[in-house]
Design a protein around this ligand. Structure first.
Ligand code: PLP
Length: 223
């Protein structure tokens, strides 16, 4: 299935009106599909796999903003550090320390979101509420992390028809986001709540998301 430009324009107009940022999730999709959206004005693209991202990056114009939305292993941070715009899935202090180290080597500040485990499914990564509290405490006290900037939180709700459950998970993430929005340090300043995908973005926006990660609705199903 090809890129649905009409759908893109519709969604983009709707999101712009609500001041919600759109990350076009282009994993597994070929570069010409990404270029179709680039030509429509889309600049933010999300990828899940380091190798695929590193391969695609030089093939799109230099002002493309690349988001890493997958599970990132510490030993791969170095491949993304020179150019990555935002890392959504930070789920350990160890990973954050490695991002900081590699960012320093590239003479950059790398923007990150902390991933919170909000779904009941076992397979989803992220901090629970207690770990999040500890991590934010560590970020505040650990003055050494001067090459990262924590911009907010990311979460994935359950894949479920149980809208009460899904909405509850989203509300929980928004509460955490509001709580930690009070923290303002040199490396932590919450402005982004990355929540919502093709299937649940409307609800996510109702619940306070200001950045949605959308793949299949724009690019067609990933077969
Ligand atoms: C694949 C993926 C998306 C996009 O999913 P769609 O259902 O295709 O919109 C969003 N976020 C993450 C973390 C993903 O892995």
């Amino acid at each position: 299935m090809a890129v649905d430009l009409k759908k893109y324009r519709e969604i983009k107009t709707e999101l712009d009106a609500r001041q919600v940022q759109l990350v076009a999730v282009s994993k597994i999709k070929p570069v010409p599909d990404l270029m179709n959206l680039y030509e429509e004005g889309q600049r933010d693209f999300g990828e899940n796999y380091v190798q695929e991202l590193v391969d695609k990056q030089p093939q799109l114009p230099a002002d493309t903003r690349w988001h890493f939305i997958g599970h990132l292993q510490s030993n791969k941070v170095k491949y993304l550090a020179p150019f990555i715009h935002l890392i959504h899935g930070v789920d350990s202090v160890k990973l954050l320390a490695e991002i900081n180290k590699q960012a320093a080597k590239s003479n950059r500040v790398i923007h990150c979101l902390l991933q919170v485990h909000i779904a009941q499914e076992e397979t989803k990564f992220g901090f629970d509420a207690n770990e999040l509290a500890e991590t934010i405490q560590a970020i505040q006290t650990e003055g050494a992390l001067s090459n990262v900037m924590i911009d907010g939180l990311m979460g994935m709700a359950s894949f479920s028809d149980d809208t009460v459950k899904v909405r509850g998970e989203m509300k929980f993430l928004k509460e955490l986001f509001d709580t930690y929005s009070a923290v303002k340090t040199s490396n932590c300043h919450f402005t982004i709540l990355s929540m919502g995908m093709s299937g649940d973005y409307a609800m996510a926006i109702e619940e306070g998301s200001n950045m949605v990660r959308m793949g299949s609705l724009l690019f067609g199903a990933r077969l």
